[in-house]
Design a protein around this ligand. Structure first.
Ligand code: ATP
Ligand code: MG
Length: 289
């Protein structure tokens, strides 16, 4: 770590990755990825099945190392073994199924697990666990057994287990996929709060376009490459392209697009229901045709 330049971001430089040992015919799971994700950002990553989203996520905290190219986390190269604890402390990962992430029976023990591994003293550990559970509005479950919790509550415990080590980035790989709509909303609300109030950068991999529309920026993966990288509005303007690579758009965007096909002239890439309502009201109040 000595002598490395401190940076406020995760940077992927010309990253290629193949799961097989490199032969000429091997399909690249990541193909020439150049990206910067800064501290404090809220980024969604979308893409069809097999487009490379999980492979990308695993590169962000060194779970996978590029076949060629570099990933720098706050300036530390994931190839450098001596930086691996620094990297894992700063980039927390939450996966799809919380049952695979929760190790202990009791919530408090589970959340404390990472701190124990880091040798944090008992008193400090208890305080940090309580603070984290409060931040996620689940302090009341501190002494509960994980088995008693709903899927959404378990996912919040899994997020707590990551948040407790004070990471600068949290990467969630389809962590809302198994949840009911209400729990999905609860998790999204918490992520928004962690991002806006604590400045934690969120990288959210999702199949739900309505969720992606809530991010500041959307990265669209296609066959191991970055196809688009822009604001939700700019990304969802490209409805035909998205559909051609197996993706949908939020219902409200599709609805406005269909109206335009019928001859209306609504702004492209509307992702917000209020904006849609305002535009529709303009049409309804406009001159009769
Ligand atoms: N462990 C593995 N061994 C070999 N190939 C793999 C492995 N994991 C993924 N792949 C391949 O790498 C490519 C990218 O997979 P990846 O899991 O990153 O896609 P994804 O976008 O996360 O897909 P999904 O939406 O299904 O989760 C795919 O072609 C996939 O088949
Ligand atoms: Mg995946």
């Amino acid at each position: 770590m000595q002598g490395r330049k401190k940076q406020n971001m995760i940077e992927l430089k010309n990253v290629h990755f193949s799961y097989e040992s490199a032969t000429k015919d091997t399909k690249l799971a990541l193909n020439r990825i150049n990206l910067k994700i800064s501290c404090g950002e809220f980024v969604a990553v979308v893409g069809a099945n097999g487009s490379g989203k999980s492979t990308l996520a695993k590169h962000l905290n060194g779970l996978l190392i590029p076949t060629s190219g570099d990933v720098l986390v706050l300036g530390a190269n994931t190839k450098c073994e001596e930086d691996s604890i620094f990297i894992k402390k700063n980039v927390g990962m939450v996966f799809q199924n919380p049952d695979n992430q929760l190790v202990f029976t009791i919530v408090e023990e589970d959340v404390a697990f990472a701190l124990e591994n880091l040798g944090v003293p008992q008193q400090e550990m208890r305080e940090r666990v309580e603070k984290t559970l409060s931040q996620l509005n689940i302090l009341e479950y501190k002494n509960a057994s994980n088995a008693e919790l709903s899927g959404g509550q378990k996912q919040l415990v899994a997020i707590a287990g990551v948040l407790v080590i004070n990471p600068k980035f949290i990467v969630l790989d389809e962590s809302t996929a198994m949840l009911d709509p209400q729990s999905r909303d609860d998790v999204m609300c918490i992520l928004k709060k962690l991002n806006s109030e604590l400045g934690i950068a969120v990288v959210l991999i999702t199949h739900f376009m309505e969720e992606a529309a809530l991010a500041e920026r959307i990265i669209v993966m296609n066959e191991g490459k970055v196809e688009l990288d822009d604001s939700p509005r700019q990304v969802f303007k490209k409805l035909e392209l998205l559909e051609s690579i197996g993706l949908s758009v939020p219902q409200v965007t599709k609805f406005c697009h269909e109206l335009n096909l019928l001859g209306e002239n609504l702004p492209l890439g509307i992702v917000d229901e209020n904006e849609c309502a305002i535009e529709l009201a303009k049409i309804l109040k406009g001159p009769r045709r």
